[in-house]
Design a protein around this ligand. Structure first.
Ligand SMILES: Cc1cc2nc3c(=O)[nH]c(=O)nc-3n(C[C@H](O)[C@H](O)[C@H](O)COP(=O)(O)OP(=O)(O)OC[C@H]3O[C@@H](n4cnc5c(N)ncnc54)[C@H](O)[C@@H]3O)c2cc1C
Length: 228
């Protein structure tokens, strides 16, 4: 039985929405459980991100360049948004269109890239926008709820070593002894972390084959409304 101290009960690797949601669930379950979220980037949010772009009427506005649309089938995310009082809106734009009005009701339709899980996403299922907010505001709200001091940015995890007593999480500058680690990084980023004991061959093959970079999003802004 290990009688030494742990720096934290749980270390969460990655401050994307998964890592932040995990931290929120822990905080909600038991506020005595200590945790730290380690994020390699200089910002939280991961693939939930927005960029300022020039828009009409000489405005500069934030646009979502990553995850943006939400639907009721994302039950855990919808529950979390309700807990955080984040308002979602029906998918109707300023001109009364819904996504369902485009492309014969199919939001995603192409022959060149088959739908990832074998299903075309039907626009009528995508029922929510985040209203006037951008998606990173979800991450900011979760971060505020779990306590910003429990998140360390610019801190990439380089190695994770597990023995029968504790897990040691190494970054370039520190190491943390904890009981559990939650890995909330994209599969291909798992390969940047050195694991001891090493990952099984099956896991390495899986992570090497799972790519998220095929998902590309274009945001086009206009000085004036080009249609109608
Ligand atoms: C262009 C685009 C559009 C999308 N549109 C939608 C949409 O409309 N609706 C929807 O539901 N989903 C959408 N998605 C998918 C959605 O954004 C992702 O599923 C979701 O953001 C993934 O979150 P995550 O926390 O699991 O991973 P990530 O967001 O990838 O977060 C992982 C985090 O881990 C960090 N990290 C990686 N390695 C390390 C390390 N060694 N040490 C410390 N930190 C590390 C990364 O920097 C990152 O911040 C879209 C994705 C993209 C790219």
């Amino acid at each position: 039985m290990y009688s030494g101290n742990f720096d934290y009960d749980i270390i969460i690797v990655g401050a994307g929405i998964s890592g932040l949601a995990a931290a929120h669930a822990i905080r909600e379950k038991d506020s005595n459980i200590s945790f730290l979220v380690l994020e390699g980037n200089d910002r939280i949010g991961g693939r939930v991100h927005s960029t300022l772009l020039k828009a009409g009427k000489n405005r500069v506005l934030p646009f979502d360049t990553g995850g943006q649309f939400i639907c009721e089938q994302q039950i855990h995310l919808m529950q979390l948004l309700r807990k955080l009082n984040i308002v979602t809106e029906e998918n109707v734009n300023d001109y009364g269109f819904t996504l369902g009005d485009f492309n014969e009701g199919q939001f995603y339709k192409t022959d060149s890239m088959p739908p990832i899980f074998g299903e075309t996403i039907h626009a009528e299922d995508i029922i929510q926008f985040l209203g006037k907010n951008t998606a990173p505001e979800i991450c900011d709200k979760i971060a505020a709820a779990i306590g910003i001091t429990n998140i360390k940015t610019n801190t990439a995890v380089e190695a994770i070593q597990r023995n029968e007593f504790y897990v040691l999480v190494r970054t370039a500058e520190s190491e943390y002894k904890c009981q559990y680690v939650i890995l909330a990084v994209a599969p291909e980023h798992m390969m940047n972390i050195l694991f001891y004991p090493p990952l099984t061959d099956a896991k390495i093959t899986l992570y090497r084959r799972m790519h998220y970079k095929e998902c590309v999003k274009y945001v086009i802004t206009y000085r004036e409304v080009p249609f109608l």
